[in-house]
Design a protein around this ligand. Structure first.
Ligand code: FPP
Length: 227
C-alpha cells in the first residue's frame, strides 16, 4: 500500500434495515453483523492493517428497547466464545474500549478474560467500542488530568483516552448510507479520511473493504499543510 494505513475505524450501521428487508427480527441483523466483524478482521489482518476499531454499542444505545439492549449485551460473550480459537490462530489481540461500569459482571469478566488471553498476540488489534461515547471519553480524560494537576496538552489528553498508545484513525468507514459520526472517536478522527457506503453492515464483506482501501489510496492527506 502506497500511503500508510495503520488504523481503520468502522461505524457498523444498518443491521436493523438489513433484517427488515428480509422480514427478520432486528436482532438477526446484529447477529449477522457480528459475523461480519470477524470476516473484516481477518481480511484487514491479511493486509497488515495494525488496528481495527468497531463501534458495537454507544452510550446512547441504552435508549433502545430492553430486548434489543439485552441481545447486544450478550453478543460479545457469544462472539468471544465463538472466535476464541481463531483469535489465537490468526494472532488477533482484542481490546474493549468504553465505560465498563454499567455492564454485567459476567460480561466484565468475559472481557477481562479475552483481553488477557489475546494480549500477547502480535497481529491486528481489534478494538471493540462498547458502551463507548467520545464526549464521555474526553471529559473523563480531562478530569483525570486536572485531578493530577497536569498541564492540559495534546499529549496528556491522548495519554488519558481509551485509545492510549493507539495511532490516530487513518480511515473511518460508515455503512448504510448515513453521513454522521454519532459520538465515535471524535478526538482520534481529527484528520481521518472519511468513507461512506450505502451497503448495510451485514453485507459489508471483504470486497467492500477492498473498495474502501482503493478509495483511500486515491486520497491526498495534507494534515492541514500543503501538497
Ligand atoms: C447499528 O445498526 C448497529 C448497532 C447499534 C450495533 C452494532 C453491533 C454489531 C454489529 C454486533 C456487535 C457484535 C459484537 C461482537 C460486539 P442499527 O441497529 O442502528 O441499524 P438500523 O439503522 O438499520 O436500524
Amino acid at each position: 500500500m502506497g500511503k500508510e494505513l495503520k488504523h481503520i475505524a468502522i461505524i457498523m450501521d444498518g443491521n436493523g434495515r438489513w433484517a427488515k428487508k428480509r422480514a427478520l427480527p432486528r436482532n438477526m441483523g446484529h447477529r449477522k453483523g457480528a459475523e461480519q466483524i470477524w470476516k473484516i478482521v481477518k481480511h484487514a489482518n491479511s493486509k497488515q492493517i495494525e488496528y481495527l476499531t468497531v463501534y458495537a454499542f454507544s452510550t446512547e444505545n441504552w435508549q433502545r428497547p430492553k430486548e434489543e439492549v439485552d441481545y447486544l449485551m450478550n453478543l460479545p460473550i457469544e462472539f468471544f466464545n465463538r472466535y476464541e480459537k481463531e483469535f489465537a490462530s490468526e494472532n488477533v489481540c482484542v481490546k474493549i474500549i468504553g465505560n465498563r461500569e454499567p455492564l454485567s459482571q459476567v460480561l466484565i469478566d468475559k472481557i477481562h478474560e479475552i483481553e488477557t488471553k489475546t494480549a500477547s498476540n502480535q497481529g491486528i488489534q481489534l478494538n471493540i467500542a462498547f458502551n463507548y461515547g467520545a464526549k464521555e471519553e474526553i471529559i473523563t480524560a480531562l478530569k483525570k488530568i486536572v485531578t493530577n494537576n497536569q498541564p492540559i496538552t495534546v499529549e496528556q489528553v491522548e495519554e488519558n483516552l481509551y485509545t492510549k498508545g493507539i495511532p490516530p484513525v487513518d480511515l473511518l468507514i460508515r455503512t448504510s448510507g448515513e453521513y454522521r459520526i454519532s459520538n465515535f472517536l471524535l478526538w482520534q478522527i481529527a484528520y481521518s479520511e472519511l468513507y461512506f457506503t450505502d451497503v448495510y453492515w451485514p453485507d459489508f464483506d471483504e470486497k467492500e473493504l477492498d473498495k474502501a482501501l482503493v478509495e483511500y489510496a486515491k486520497r491526498e492527506r495534507r494534515f492541514g499543510g500543503l501538497s
